[in-house]
Design a protein around this ligand. Structure first.
Ligand code: ADP
Ligand code: MG
Length: 682
């Protein structure tokens, strides 16, 4: 017997070089291997008659070899073996390329089970390169439901299949963590059965059941983790804030807050006064003015003697928040500091000491805020901006820095409600539905290369009117990804050949942070007309004078991402435009892009994205801020999610702290899942 923690190199056929390939899939131990779930299945259980075979649809059939296979040497490196087979319904010509094995194995007069698809290629109706097995052989490639695994270079499906089968035969699958009564109630397979059934299902139905169990389990663990996080805070009491008078702050604003902004602030103040730590999500479309809501909350916290921290997902955004908020807060005698990873150790240390002494009242930063060396004197409020970019675990890390600080998370990505439930299940929600007055919707157009001259003219006109343009490319350098525009090359082309008289600048994620900051700041000061960029500018960046967003190879981006990019313009009073450039002929891609032209409602766009791409992308993408679920993206069954959530909430209530092996195993799994979540973020 082996242990789940044993390295995969104890398996037959896995030496150091194979192990390296598995490592590329993050598979190191038998447990990793057993938890490497198929991404789909091929149903090869049904045996068809040759006469029933449908062109280009692979299927199994049972047939007798009607002659000795004949192999011809066509040219160097190309041997072709031909043989005819037949069943009671018809004959079929088989062709194999460079397949000595087939030529040797197939015996005249013998019967085999084949799997392949017929086609009209290669000189007449027939089949090329079917796989086959003897009827009395153990079913491996025929007569079974074949799992299809995520693979990597050098590692084929058969190799993973063999390794998993060995692992399953050598050790017990992961321990059961779902209590018996919950499994009963929701008709959930036991762990012992599920891990076999996901890899070696006897039918498609059994594969479904196994998937359902593992998805349930994953959601159960995740929701239980959230529930524990919340429970740890729920009992806590904090000193209610008494001073809720914000007029000095309001008086400094150059505009009146919208009704929704005021309402959100009102809800926050109510939380502050309640004596319990706040857990609140502010959700509002791009440009709805979430920053001011956060600023009001931070001002209030400071007035009540606490420190407030604002964590942004990128340096650029942190710098921008720092620039605008320090200006806003300085006359109010609030000391604002910036802490980012790119500062020198000396700078960081100086800022950290102001934070730990409590002289710094508002702290704005990136992940650097999470580091153990950042200590707050009296952290009372934690704000995370663009929360969808962070993991749940990071959120909890930052709030772990104070004594049950109030928590405010802001997110623009409108996600469908059920997904929101999963991500933000532990939060109260304020919605900003209304945009500041005077905003006209951004007109969006989809064009192809034939519009290039007109597009260039359009860019020129915007600049002539004193405005600025963004041009976003999917890649940084040429050969990075074939056939897509690269920001650095495109910036060069625009400057040298298209707009020699305009000021073109460049920003991308591979630049040093100081360079990025300088480029962004210069653009914000209107020192460049056109900023060629990658998606580093996707979140939050605010340049109200920019009125045109051009997105090259727009089909390379997700809809919600495009919506975020488009949100970079239309932030001042002037009419703004977004031009999506795409050479794609794929009707589905074009449909997605057209959907974006028709609506500016971020929530509808997210739902359309979900409908067109499926939940797999939502879960798979790092954008979601969710842990890397292993199975949940295989099937996104909302009912399973709800059930798992309800079950875990009940279970945490009644037995979460219990001293049983099941409770201990669950707590360990929660830890693992949340750690994995952190590992995948940045
Ligand atoms: P987001 O919700 O996308 O984070 P921001 O907070 O960056 O949006 O605000 C977008 C722009 O709108 C900023 O330039 C901000 O100063 C401005 N703004 C915010 N609130 C108002 C308001 N009530 N009236 C006018 N402009 C506003
Ligand atoms: Mg913002």
């Amino acid at each position: 017997m082996a242990k789940l923690s044993d390295p995969i190199t104890i398996l037959k056929g896995i030496g150091p070089s194979k192990a390296k390939q598995f490592a590329a899939l993050n598979i190191f131990t038998l447990q990793d291997l057993i938890c490497h779930f198929p991404r789909g299945y091929e149903d090869r259980t049904k045996i068809h008659l040759i006469s029933q075979l449908v062109p280009d649809t692979p299927a199994c059939f049972r047939a007798v070899v009607m002659g000795t296979p004949r192999t011809g040497h066509i040219r160097k490196g190309l041997d072709i073996t031909r043989v005819q087979v037949a069943d009671s319904s018809a004959r079929l010509n088989l062709t194999f390329f460079n397949n000595r094995f087939a030529a040797q194995q197939l015996q005249y007069g013998e019967e085999y089970i084949f799997y392949g698809s017929v086609s009209g290629d290669y000189g007449g109706y027939g089949m090329t390169n079917p796989v086959f097995e003897k009827p009395d052989a153990e079913p491996v490639t025929t007569r079974r439901v074949l799992p299809i695994y995520p693979l990597t270079a050098g590692l084929n499906n058969a190799a993973v299949l063999r390794a998993v089968a060995q692992a399953l035969s050598l050790c017990d699958p992961p321990a059961e963590i779902l209590p018996e009564e919950i499994r009963q109630q929701y008709g959930i397979l036991g762990a012992d059965r599920a891990y076999f059934a996901i890899h070696q299902p006897s039918s498609m139905e059994e594969a479904e059941l196994a998937k359902k169990r593992l998805v349930f389990e994953e959601f159960f663990v995740f929701s239980a983790g959230l529930a524990l996080m919340r429970a740890a805070k729920d009992g806590k009491r904090v000193q209610p804030y008494r001073d809720l008078e914000l007029s000095p702050f309001y008086d400094r604003l150059p505009f009146r807050l919208t009704g929704d902004q005021q309402k959100a602030i009102g809800e926050i103040l109510t939380d502050f006064a309640s004596g319990a730590p706040m857990n609140r999500l502010v959700q509002g479309d791009v440009g709805s003015g979430k920053t001011m809501v956060a600023a009001a909350a931070m001002y209030c916290a400071v007035k009540n003697g606490a420190q407030a921290a604002l964590m942004a997902p990128t340096e650029i955004l942190a710098q921008q928040h720092y620039a605008s908020l320090s200006k806003l807060f300085a006359p109010l005698n609030v000391e604002t500091v910036l802490l980012t990873g790119s500062m020198t150790p000396k700078q960081k240390q100086a800022v950290r000491s102001r934070i730990s002494q409590g002289t710094a009242q508002v702290v704005i930063g990136t992940h650097a805020l999470l580091s153990d060396t950042t200590e707050f004197a009296k952290l009372g409020l934690v704000v995370t901006d663009e929360q969808h970019r962070f993991g749940v675990a990071q959120r909890s890390r930052l709030s772990g820095k104070g004594d049950a600080p109030h928590l405010l998370v802001m997110s623009a990505t409108p996600i469908p409600r059920t997904l929101a439930l999963l991500m933000y299940g532990d939060l109260d929600v304020s919605v900003i539905a209304e945009l500041p007055p005077g905003r006209e919707p951004v007109d969006t157009f989809l064009v192809n290369e034939s519009y290039r001259a007109r597009l260039n003219g359009f860019i020129r006109r915007q600049v002539a009117e004193g405005h600025q343009c963004f041009v976003v490319c999917p890649a940084v350098e040429e050969n990075e990804e074939l056939g897509v525009k690269a920001a650095s090359v495109w910036a060069d082309t625009l400057q040298k050949t298209v707009f020699p008289d305009l000021r073109i600048s460049l920003i991308h994620g591979q630049m040093k942070s100081a360079e990025k900051e300088a480029a962004m700041a210069a653009f914000a000061r209107n020192e460049a007309d056109v900023l060629v960029a990658t998606t580093v500018i996707e979140v939050g960046v605010d340049v109200p004078n920019a009125t045109l967003m051009v997105i090259e190879d727009a089909d390379r981006f997700g809809l919600s991402q495009l919506h975020q990019l488009r949100g970079r313009v239309g932030r001042g009073g002037s009419k703004s435009y977004c031009v999506l450039v795409s050479h794609s002929r794929n009707p589905e891609s074009l449909m997605r892009l057209k959907a974006l032209c028709k609506t500016t409602d971020g929530f509808r766009i997210a739902q359309e994205d979900l409908r067109l791409r499926g939940p797999g992308d939502f879960f798979g993408s790092r954008q979601s801020g969710l842990p890397a679920f292993r199975v949940a993206n295989l099937s996104m069954d909302l009912e399973t999610l709800r059930n798992a959530q309800a079950a875990s909430a009940r279970w945490i209530d009644t037995q979460g702290a219990a001293d049983t092996p099941e409770a201990a195993a669950l707590r360990q799994r929660i830890g693992e899942l949340f750690r994995r979540a952190e590992g995948t973020m940045n």
